[in-house]
Design a protein around this ligand. Structure first.
Ligand SMILES: C[S@@+](CC[C@H](N)C(=O)[O-])C[C@H]1O[C@@H](n2cnc3c(N)ncnc32)[C@H](O)[C@@H]1O
Length: 338
């Protein structure tokens, strides 16, 4: 980790990840000529490229990604920007350390979750649509336990709590009982089948569509996909394997610290746990003081550090969801450093 990413032949000329809420991100970050930006989750560099274009001819961007493959793909895509773009294989939990030389930036972007490349590659183990090893690590070169290790080795109660908490899955206990009976489970399909054997949801969209007697094409197809019985279990395991919420909690204050006053922080989330975390971080940072309400004077001395630009999160338009169904659960929140 922490190495500048290099171009590999496997990563060139593939452009399958469509950046979500692109125009809204550029406006939210208030991208300006000559600005300095940090893309904490560079992925396929779709947002990053647009930021570099909008800040031309002198704007600079540093991109991080925990996935070595994503980092090299991004480096390849941004090679034409020369020294204006730098990509490092690193987690955003250490984001402040990569800005050592010149600590201030004008904007920080987090586009959370996974990219299309990651979910579409069965070898990464993120998806139950195709069979693959039960891995789910964003960084396969790291030694964190894989999803298979969690599923096969964690005690029952710990697994119940992971699936209940991170998947918001009401049937967590029933699922874990089935998992424990079926152990060992080493592939995504096996896990999906085990979950599907005990969880039976009526897909929400079909109830709604029956009500309305309508169909929304691609959006509907994908909302049906979102309600595969294993969706919540897979989300929970991915969050647990990659310590996603803890990482975000550590990184957000660092992002505020590296912003210059007036700089913007933009965060795109894809599920309610992430969105709640970001919303509550923004609220606290706006408020500053964390003294209990009964305290007559402030003793904590904390001052507000952010002003929210978006009171409600920005969500994709109907047209964007039709064109890119994977954007359907995206929420963008933006705040400005005081
Ligand atoms: C939705 S994709 C980003 C897509 C990107 N905005 C684009 O336009 O192509 C999210 C990326 O975040 C990366 N990621 C996840 N956790 C990370 C972390 N802790 N630090 C850095 N990158 C992370 C994933 O590997 C993935 O490539």
């Amino acid at each position: 980790m922490g190495e500048p990413a290099h171009l590999t032949s496997a990563t060139v000329n593939e452009e399958r990840h469509i950046p979500v809420l692109l125009a809204e991100v550029l406006a939210g970050l208030n991208v300006q000529t000559g600005g300095r930006y940090l893309d904490a989750t560079i992925g396929g560099a779709g947002h990053a490229q647009a930021i570099l274009d909008a800040s031309a001819p002198t704007g600079q961007l540093l991109g991080l990604d925990r996935d070595p493959d994503a980092a090299s793909r991004a480096a390849a895509r941004l090679a034409c920007f020369g020294a204006r773009a730098q990509v490092i294989h690193a987690s955003y939990v250490q984001l402040a350390q990569w800005l050592d030389g010149a600590p201030w930036v004008d904007g920080v972007l987090f586009d959370l979750g996974f990219s299309s490349w990651q979910v579409d590659d069965p070898e990464r183990g993120f998806s139950f649509r195709e069979d693959g090893p039960l891995d789910m690590r964003f960084d396969p070169s790291s030694d964190v336990p894989t999803a298979a290790e969690l599923v096969n080795q964690y005690p029952m109660e710990e697994l119940v709590s992971i699936i209940r908490q991170y998947g918001e899955e009401p049937q967590a206990r029933r699922i874990v009982q089935a998992i424990v009976t079926a152990r060992p489970i080493c592939s995504t399909k096996h896990l999906a089948d085990v979950v599907a054997s005990v969880v039976h949801y009526a897909p929400r969209h079909s109830r709604m569509a029956r009500h309305r007697g309508t169909s929304t094409g691609a959006g509907e197809r994908h909302s049906r996909m979102a309600h595969h019985p294993a969706t919540r279990t897979f989300q929970a395991l991915r969050i647990a394997v990659n310590h996603e919420l803890e990482s975000l909690e550590t990184a957000l204050p660092q992002a505020v610290a590296v912003l210059r006053p007036g700089g913007r922080l933009a965060v795109i989330t894809f599920h309610s746990l992430e969105d709640r975390l970001v919303k509550s971080f923004f609220r606290q940072a706006e408020r500053g003081c964390i003294c209990p309400p009964e305290s007559p004077v402030c003793v904590c001395g904390r001052k507000p550090s952010l002003r929210a630009i978006t009171r409600k999160p920005i969500v994709p338009s109907k047209a964007e969801v039709e064109a890119n169904p994977r954007s359907r659960s995206a929420k963008l929140r933006v705040a400005e450093k005081l």
